[in-house]
Design a protein around this ligand. Structure first.
Ligand code: ADP
Length: 481
């Protein structure tokens, strides 16, 4: 087993491992095989309170370091991830199920946030503002907000953590992380590397276990000044309500319902390639995965046929087997949701071009699926399927496509394919979405602002804007000069 395997919380630089099996522990499963990887200590209110206290104690010394000193440690953290890319990727596949090649990619993507924010923190500039009074000066500085809570999901077990921890730590904040209970092992591995990178005790703490109990303590604590959450819209709204009493600053990266529009003038090969990359990455389990394909009348049959040919070629299996392109779904609940969406669509008139049922491999494997004749009344039009199902709606005009794409409370990412420059601008501007891929299916990068509008969330992660989420402005008026 991995040299990075830990089985319990990391609080104030100390490990609190699981003791055997029983009430205080829970099992982490391999979704490809159903096997228990290990028992992990089940943290709750008491551990969370300890972690918050540790983060509070560590804050003054950490913020006092220069940006260069903090940045050097954060940067080293990222370098260590890359040095141990293979071990981290394998551990991730075991607990999460994604194909090894995607897991290796995620290690690189996750490390990129540490490098980026280690550099960016050096440019946490303030301002001098011309004063309206002759005897005074106005200075604005940017300060770390303080103790930050992070709650992260299972679909990107490393990257969703570093996208928060990178800017938080680089800015001078300290952190208590609650990773998903499905994938705590990757989070613990990150803590091992944080320690090796010289990040002091208490600066980065990890507590996993009872989500509700941990969430309650994090949100009700007046020491925690900020909550950064990635996960479902339902839980995001709940945490926002819970955070209201202590009025925390919030970053919420929530669900999407991404449209992918293919216009008659699109390059079909490029659109198919983008569709596969965006729809089927992580077996359809990302918040920027396409959920609704809108294909224009004139190209509908040709595009759907080409997409189906590509989908039929996808290799399904255990992510650790070298050539796997589609892994299992994370758990039984995820599988049931995909089944429900497909059954509902078929009842309401959709047709299967390929797939459409559980995979012969059993467990939580589902066949990569293409459906045509999707319509507005289907469940998959409203909710993220979060699985390997590409469902296509037909449209005639640009206006119709834009209206349909925007007909959702969500607004995280949207994609469209066209070769008409005027249309590219018109449609990009009209889409109610935080991110738009124009002739592009993969848009995530540490240098660009990731985030949504409408009920897809608040705030942006990554890029020069990402640091602002962990910073407060302080305005100083110096008078009597
Ligand atoms: P997903 O559908 O991606 O699992 P969730 O929103 O359920 O999305 O989970 C995202 C994260 O939120 C996980 O770390 C999960 O443990 C956590 N979570 C779920 N419910 C709560 C809660 N009531 N309080 C705090 N955290 C929660």
């Amino acid at each position: 087993m991995s040299e990075f395997l830990r089985t319990g919380h990391y609080i104030d630089g100390e490990w609190h491992s699981a003791k055997g099996q029983g009430d205080g522990t829970y099992a982490v499963l391999n979704p490809a095989t159903g096997e228990v990887i290990t028992q992990v200590a089940k943290g709750g209110a008491a551990e969370t309170a300890q972690a918050i206290a540790a983060a509070e104690r560590a804050f003054p010394a950490w913020r006092k370091l220069t940006a260069k000193e903090r940045g050097a440690r954060v940067k080293r953290w990222g370098e260590l991830m890359l040095e141990h890319r293979e071990a981290l990727a394998e551990l991730m596949v075991r607990e999460q199920g994604k194909p090894l090649a995607e897991a290796r990619g995620e290690v690189g993507y996750a490390a990129s946030f540490l490098e980026w924010f280690a550099e960016e923190a050096k440019r946490m500039y303030g301002d001098v503002i011309p004063s309206p009074r002759p005897d005074s000066k106005i200075v604005v500085t940017r300060e770390p907000i303080g103790v930050v809570a992070a709650i992260t999901p299972w679909n990107f077990p490393l990257a969703m953590i570093t996208r928060k921890a990178g800017p938080a730590l680089a800015a001078g904040c300290t952190m208590v992380l609650k990773p998903s209970e499905e994938t705590p092992l990757s989070a613990f591995a990150l803590a091992v590397l944080a320690e090796q990178a010289g990040i002091p005790a208490g600066v980065f703490n990890v507590v996993s276990g009872d989500a509700v109990a941990i969430g309650n303590v994090l949100t009700s604590s007046s020491v925690v000044r900020k909550l950064s959450f990635t996960g479902s819209t339902r839980v995001g709204k709940l945490l926002a309500k819970q955070s209201a009493d202590t009025l925390k600053k919030l970053s919420l990266e929530l669900g999407g319902n991404a449209p992918f529009i293919v216009f008659d003038d699109a390059d079909i090969d490029a659109a198919v390639q983008g569709a596969i990359a965006s729809k089927f990455r992580n077996t359809g389990q990302t918040c920027v995965c396409v959920n609704r394909f809108y294909v224009q009348d004139g190209i509908y049959d040709a595009f759907m046929q080409a997409l189906t040919v590509a989908v039929k070629k996808m290799r399904v299996g255990n992510g650790l087997e070298g050539d796997t392109e589609q892994g299992p779904l994370i758990n039984e609940a995820a599988l049931t949701k995909v089944e429900l969406h497909v059954e509902d669509a078929l009842k309401k008139g959709a047709q299967v071009l390929t797939g459409g049922k559980r995979h012969a491999l059993g467990g939580t494997f589902y066949e990569p699926t293409v459906l045509v004749n999707a319509s507005r009344s289907m469940l998959l039009a409203d909710e993220e399927t979060f699985g390997p199902v590409a469902a296509a709606f037909r449209f005639k005009t640009e206006e119709e496509a834009i209206a349909a794409a925007n007909d959702t409370p969500f607004g995280l990412s949207a994609y469209f394919y066209t070769r008409d420059l005027g249309r590219a601008w018109r449609v990009a501007e009209a889409l109610e979405s935080g991110m738009v891929g124009i002739n592009e299916g993969i848009i995530s990068t540490e240098v660009a602002p990731f985030g949504g509008v409408k009920e897809s969330g608040l705030g942006r992660e990554g890029s020069k804007y990402g640091l602002d989420e962990y910073v407060e402005l302080k305005y100083m008026m110096m008078g009597g000069l």
